[in-house]
Design a protein around this ligand. Structure first.
Ligand code: ACO
Length: 323
């Protein structure tokens, strides 16, 4: 019987930091409004890099931290909603850049739950005995989709990338998961609409690149669906709250995380928050946080860590892992 285990992490974030104060010079907002409602103080915005550059930076860092040669990678999955191109995928661009010439590479679109969906797909390939070494990355260049005339959305997001190497193991690493989707509420958070048009239907060309969001619907979804899904998952697995060492939630909003903490009765001290520095980087937010925790020694081998992803689609992905 095969299991999958996470053996190395990495991240790559643009250098340019835009504070709430800096943003308020452009948009009618304030540090007080943004930080009190979301916990966000800074975000990193790319200058010239695209999503693939950040993903490649992450991939190189992960490779430098594990004993796996690029040609031994079987699978590359990049979770992104803001790739450089509609095609080729960011995963294929990563494959070429790192020389992983034997890998199957593709992107998945599950917004802020994307990294968890990617881990889940890799886990199935590994458990089925099809692949041994999988590189999973979340990479987003959300700044290019932000409407800086819409203060209700442009203050919330940032750019970045993070990821992990997941390999075949004799012991369970990815312990259990609860993933789901609710397409009925999908249009409450959209990004990058390309309408139907061609010279043969008379409809004009034109795209709406921007993020649009009904913040209240998303808030309600995240604070109801995530705790319920986590509770059901832990009960099914027979895992108690006390067995969880750390929680790495999607870094959308500190108020959402506080409500999840309260509902799950897991103290806030166990939740890792870094949205004050990066804002919401969608699929990259959990792996960036995970990488920070590994780098600063707060996550060590043997610890049990809960990931809580939730976002557009709508989608959610909760997963319990043993490091
Ligand atoms: N600065 C100053 N004022 C603002 C800003 C801003 N950036 N944005 C909105 N306002 C104003 C509004 O215009 C409104 O003013 P009005 O009452 O005069 O009309 C007022 O603030 C309240 O606006 P609401 O949208 O009702 O604010 P709310 O308290 O709901 O907070 C927020 C908005 C923070 C987005 C909240 O709905 C939320 O946290 N939603 C969750 C959404 C989220 O986290 N999305 C991330 C992406 S999805 C994901 O990753 C899961």
């Amino acid at each position: 019987m095969y299991f999958s285990k996470l053996i190395a992490t990495g991240a790559c974030v643009p250098k340019t930091v835009i504070s709430n104060q800096k943003l308020s010079e452009l948009v009618d907002t304030s540090d007080e409004w943004i930080s009190s409602r979301t916990g966000i103080r800074n975000r990193h915005f790319a200058q010239t890099e695209n999503a693939s550059d950040l993903a490649i930076g992450t991939a190189r860092q992960i490779l430098s931290r594990c004993q796996i040669a690029p040609e031994d990678i079987d699978l590359i999955i990049v979770a992104t909603v803001s790739g450089d191109y509609t095609t080729p995928s960011v995963a294929c661009l990563v494959q070429a850049a790192i020389g992983a010439k034997n890998a199957l590479a593709f992107d998945i679109s599950a917004a802020c739950s994307g990294f968890i969906f990617g881990l889940s797909v890799a886990d199935k390939y590994i458990r089925a005995g099809i692949y041994k070494n999988a590189l999973i990355i979340g990479s987003e260049l959300l700044s290019k989709y932000l409407n800086f005339n819409d203060r209700s959305t442009c203050v919330l997001f940032g750019d970045g990338s993070g990821g992990a190497m997941v390999v075949r193991s004799d012991e369970p690493g990815l312990l259990c998961e609860a993933l789901g989707s609710d397409g009925e509420r999908g249009l409450s958070l959209t990004c990058g609409h390309v309408p139907t048009s061609s010279p043969f239907n008379g409809l004009p060309r034109g795209t709406d690149p921007y993020v649009h969001m009904d913040g209240r619907v998303i808030f309600d979804f995240a604070t109801r669906t995530v705790p319920k899904s986590v509770e059901e998952m832990l009960e099914k697995q027979g895992v108690g709250i006390e067995d969880i060492d750390l929680v790495v939630p999607h870094q959308a909003n500190s108020r959402i995380v506080e409500i999840i903490s309260r509902k799950l009765k897991i103290p806030m001290e166990k939740f890792y928050l870094n949205m004050h520095e990066y804002a919401n980087t969608s699929s990259a937010s959990i792996p960036i946080a995970l990488n920070e925790l590994v780098e600063n020694g707060r996550i060590t081998p043997g610890m049990t860590v809960l990931f809580c992803g939730f976002g557009a689609g709508l989608t959610w992905g909760n997963m319990l892992i043993r490091m």
